[in-house]
Ligand binder design. Sequence first.
Ligand SMILES: NC(=O)c1ccc[n+]([C@@H]2O[C@H](COP(=O)([O-])OP(=O)(O)OC[C@H]3O[C@@H](n4cnc5c(N)ncnc54)[C@H](OP(=O)(O)O)[C@@H]3O)[C@@H](O)[C@H]2O)c1
Length: 486
Amino acid sequence: MSGTEAKPLVLITGATGYIGRRLTHHLLPDDRYKLRLFVRNQRKIQAAVAESVEVYEGSTFEPETLAPALQDVDTAFYLIHSMGSDEDYQKLDIQSADNFRQACIAAGVRRIVYLGGLGNRESASKHLLSRIETGETLSAEPGKISTIWFRAGVIVGSGSASFEIVRNLCHKLPFMLTPRWVRTKTEAVGIEDVLAYLEQAIELPTEQSLIVDIGSGEITFHEMITKAAKVMGLRRFLVPVPVLSPKISSYWLILFTSVPIRVASSLVEGLKSETVRENDNARIHFPTIEPISYTDSVAHAEHELEQNQIISRWCDSSSQEACDIKDFDNPAGAVLRDIRVVDYKNQASQDSVFQSVCALGGPNGWFRYNFLWRLRGIMDKLSGGYGLSRGRRDKVELRVGDALDFWKVVDIKPGKRLLLYAQMKVPGEAWLEFDVQTDQLIQTAHFIPHGLLGRLYWYSVLPIHHLVFSNLARTVVKASDNFTSS
Ligand SMILES: NC(=O)c1ccc[n+]([C@@H]2O[C@H](COP(=O)([O-])OP(=O)(O)OC[C@H]3O[C@@H](n4cnc5c(N)ncnc54)[C@H](OP(=O)(O)O)[C@@H]3O)[C@@H](O)[C@H]2O)c1
């Protein structure tokens, strides 16, 4: 495209949902397109995103809001469903898709791209049937508009409901009684591959409408659990039982995961019959995409969880409301946290509090409950860890990569953030974060527990954490008197 040519305008609906949010972040850095979001409530859009795209508020049930949002649009992504509403969502979904297709045709949109679910009419659950009917409605006028209709099974990515179920079951249950449906075949696909298909659909050189089934190979829910457990370093035993009704299975899922009953039952219902690929269009029309294996997508999701929820969740904001990275994926219960907030308005400066944070550890110690830190260090040493013996490289300065007793410095934003990663022996992964805002210190201990033991560990040390962490945050602020603002 020449520099003078206008960039194609791409509209993303459902941009506050799981797939839409991920697609927005995926396309945002791509300067081949101009992005526009269509959402019901623009306050749900992250501040940093809203600054870089056009946002139109409306609903597919209010066609008058669709017309302006679709003006000049080249490709429109339809990533909407009505499952959460109390009314008959099947009817609503058809109405919504019908309004959308008609509005797209009227506005001269070149292409609709839709992501639905795998399955066929004969055996589909109510939820999957509604996804099929949505696809049929969107592609009902192929002579007037091209529709690329993707169909996926289980999408593996941190924050995706079905993957969070697998993750929670693996972590919390060493033994699982499994019903028959865990042997039903489905398809899994990594979220990154889904995004690659959606992106390539914009420029797919065809005038026609297509149904494209995507996945990385057939897999059962049983295999998903055992393979995911292996990636997570856990051994899990699945014991089949002849009777476990779908209803009981759904209650079982909501007991051990925090997905709502509606999501749990639609997953179980969906797994009662096979949902596998029925066409080879992904390979034919998207030959450059080689979906990664289920195992690799689980490993990727685990890495992403750590990255998004802890390492890069911080943002440079003066008030926590504006910090919108932390809820990027919101995976259920994956990260346990101890959060302490100490206000220091008019008592200390941001700079001196940060200096106080950076003086922790080594010969300077960890304040009042030093003996508990020392005890933890001895326990760590006895179990083969570093203990507190490493101290710190320099009495004043800290750098990324520095050892700090049994921590390692993994991020420093001068004057604002210090993130420490625990190198002590714990059944999971732990971080300690100091987020120095203009008038408050937010100290967070993050813990990604490893299996059941990790959770037991976290809950058993809660009383100690209560003493140590509340004192630590308060004393860091108090000790800032010893430092002067630069
Ligand atoms: N997530 C998966 O694992 C998965 C797997 C296979 C297929 N899919 C397909 O991917 C598509 C998107 O799913 P998702 O998981 O991203 O759903 P989601 O997280 O539940 O998001 C649904 C989105 O639709 C919006 N919406 C609902 N009704 C609307 C209306 N009338 N007008 C405008 N916006 C409306 C919601 O906005 P509000 O925020 O205002 O409610 C929300 O942004 C669906 O077709 C689904 O079948 C998803």
